[in-house]
Structures are given as structure tokens and as C-alpha cells.
Write a protein that binds this ligand. Sequence first.
Ligand code: CA
Ligand code: CA
Length: 378
Amino acid sequence: MKNKIYWIFAILTITTISIAYGFTKFIVPKEKSAAMDCTEATASKASSEFEPTIVNKNSAPAKAPKGMVWIPGGEFSMGSNVEDESLCSIKGITKDAAPIHRVYVDGYFMDETEVTNEQFAKFVNATGYVTVAEQKPTQEEFPDAPPENLIAGSVIFSPTPAAVNLNDFLQWWSYVGGTDWKHPLGPESSIKGKEKYPAVQITYEDAAAYAKWAGKRLPTEAEWEFAARGGKTGNLYAWGNTLKPNGKFQANIYQGHFPIKDGDTGEDGFKGIAPTAQFKPNAYGLYDMAGNVWEWVNDWYSPSYYSELNKDGKTAKNPQGPDSYNDPNDPTEKKRVHRGGSFLCTDQYCTRYMVGTRGKGEIRSAANHLGFRCVKSI
Ligand SMILES: [Ca+2]
Ligand SMILES: [Ca+2]
């Protein structure tokens, strides 16, 4: 996800794109079976490089705080070597999740669900916190922006009228003034009746502020993945190695033609975002570790971090992420890692509901498919 200034400039650009280029570069989306073959075929290769997970034997040192579960920690093989995990037809696009490397994490408590609107509202009511999306961008922060573009807002998924080439995400994302966590789909939208839905339009800063207030913290990327794997070894998904065991979806992702209007068939039960905990939890009792909304973790993003950790072949103990951000595609953007994919992830695009794969985002940017959950050390 690009940063806020990018979107502010993109307001005009989007208009230009839709007029100047239209939707001429259509592609024929993959048949579902072909995409399934793509992901399933790589599973055995991926799993062969994983060493067994060794879960710590210690039981929870205390009663879990309300809404949290105990994750015992231990040693596991982290990452993914499914080179075509994001866009099945483009090999190697998400090599940032390779190599598989050995990691140890201490035990911790973790939120069972993504942080909900109800929970986030308690924080805002108690503190008067104003999220980044509610703040008018300043000329100091964006010295090159035309003043008329400096409006408080955030980014919304905006389905396209017809099929588009999937190589340009500007076609289906729009920066809309008046969008924030209370108005996640624009100024006319609201979260009334959506208390149990995950809070979205949350930047890293917002998530970290909530965590601090709650006496918790954001998970490290290693903690997040250890928890998501549920003590299992090398699975492709948080629940196993088959996307739809017994023909049943296990997470809120996207079915149908991405990203066109009314393209989401909701075969998994939900078109768009869902309330938390609508699917079975993983082996640790965690809900929606795949799909529904992306989740911030604390680590800076660097695509080479896993290879750096793996250099001496030793087990990395409680890794905290690289010292600084480094996305070669956007070198000036301060990005941290997102995990788990969202309700917009599809086998046509962004299959990052796969448990070992990674996303990333600029720390003061948000969107309507991005939320978080917290952990608590003992
Ligand atoms: Ca869905
Ligand atoms: Ca999630």
C-alpha cells in the first residue's frame, strides 16, 4: 500500500487514468481450477523444507486476559517458498517470504480476534485519540502537495466497472475525503450495528496507540506467524494444506471476478468484510488469522530480512524485525509488515491468506481492509 501523499496526488491521477486509458488492457482471469492447481502444486515442495515445530511445554503462567489466548511459543520454521504465491502467473513475485528459516519465540497472550470497532471505540472514548485518517494532512508533512489536495481521508476499495489488467492497483483503490475508522467506506458510511466487525482504516500509529492504551503491544512478525501456524509444521494455510477442506471455505477471502463491481460472489458466506470470528478458529483458538482484514505487526518491512536472519543457519531468537524499513520498490516509504491477507485476497490476485506470506504498508496509511490485533507478554 502506498503512502498518504501518494494517494493525495493520485486523486487527480485516477481521474486521468480512467479517461485517458479506460479499460483497454483487459485480461481473461484464470479459471478457478487453474489457480487452484497453481497453489496446490507447490504445497509439497514448500513443506519439504520445513523442520518440525517444537512447541514449548509450559502451560499458561496466568489466566488469559479476557479475549486473549495463551500461545506457548517454541521453535518453528518460518516463511514460505511458494514463489508464485501472490500472482500465480508471475513466478517469484513474493520472494520476500523466503527462505524458510528457523525461529524461536517466547510464549505470550494474543487477541483471539482482530480488534473490533467496539473495542477501538472504547479506546477513543477513553483517550480522545484522533486517528491519522481524521487529521488534515499538513503542508509541512507534504510540502509538494497542492493545498486543495490536503484533505483528511483514507483509501477505499472501489470496484471497477469492468475487467481490468491486474498490474495497476490504482484502478481499484481511491483516496476519499472524510473516510476514517467511523466512516470506513467514505463520509456517508458508518459503523452503526458493526460493533463486532474489525476496526479498519487504522494506520500503524493508530494500532500502536491502541495497544499501548490496552496494556498490550503489536506482535512481532515471528510471533504472529508462530501463532497463525497453530503448532503445526509447514502448512500452507492456518488450518492445513487444502484451501477448501470438504469443499468448505475456512476464511473470509474473495471469490469471483476481481476487482469488478459485484464481482465478489461471497461463496464463503461474506461479500466484503465480515464480523470477527465467523469461521472456525485455528488450533490455538485464534480467529481470522487468514483473511477478513490484514493485520499490522510491529516489524519494519525489508524483503531481505529472512535471508539475513538465515545467514549463519542458527535459530533466530525472538526476532524483532530489521533495524529500519527497506522496500527497494519504494525506498523512501516507511513500511512495516502486514500479515494474513484480507477479504479482497483471491486466487486471481494476492493469495496472501497463505500462512507464511507477507504484506507491507506505509505506517501512516490505512485502507478499508486493514486492521490489527494485539499480544501481551507475560
Ligand atoms: Ca468473502
Ligand atoms: Ca485477519
